[in-house]
Design a protein around this ligand. Sequence first.
Ligand SMILES: [Zn+2]
Length: 123
Amino acid sequence: MRRSWARLGMAAAVVVAVALFAAGRGDVVAALLLGALIMATGRAVFRGYSITKGPTGPPVDVEEEGTLLVFACETCGEQLVLLRKGTDVPPRHCAEKMVLRRIPAGGSGDPRDATGGLPSRGP
Ligand SMILES: [Zn+2]
């Protein structure tokens, strides 16, 4: 039903365009076509931004014996310990994808102790 209304609308638009051309107002038709082209291009571009890369499956624990999985931002140095994974897409920070690193866990297993293996950004 919706499909037939769309065809009817397209047919009406073609009839109106032909009538405008016949009346010597081809510039109006050209402007409408150009506007439609610009609108279609904008919709196609911004549709890509609205598609989220959602979870690829149920969340799973990523605990590895003796190592910590840490997402690190190479721009500002922020680090996030990964305990549970819901998607394979890395998080973003400072508009860049964060890098996954395996860091040997020091004795206590406390994430605050896991500073080895990362470059320090001190002065
Ligand atoms: Zn950052």
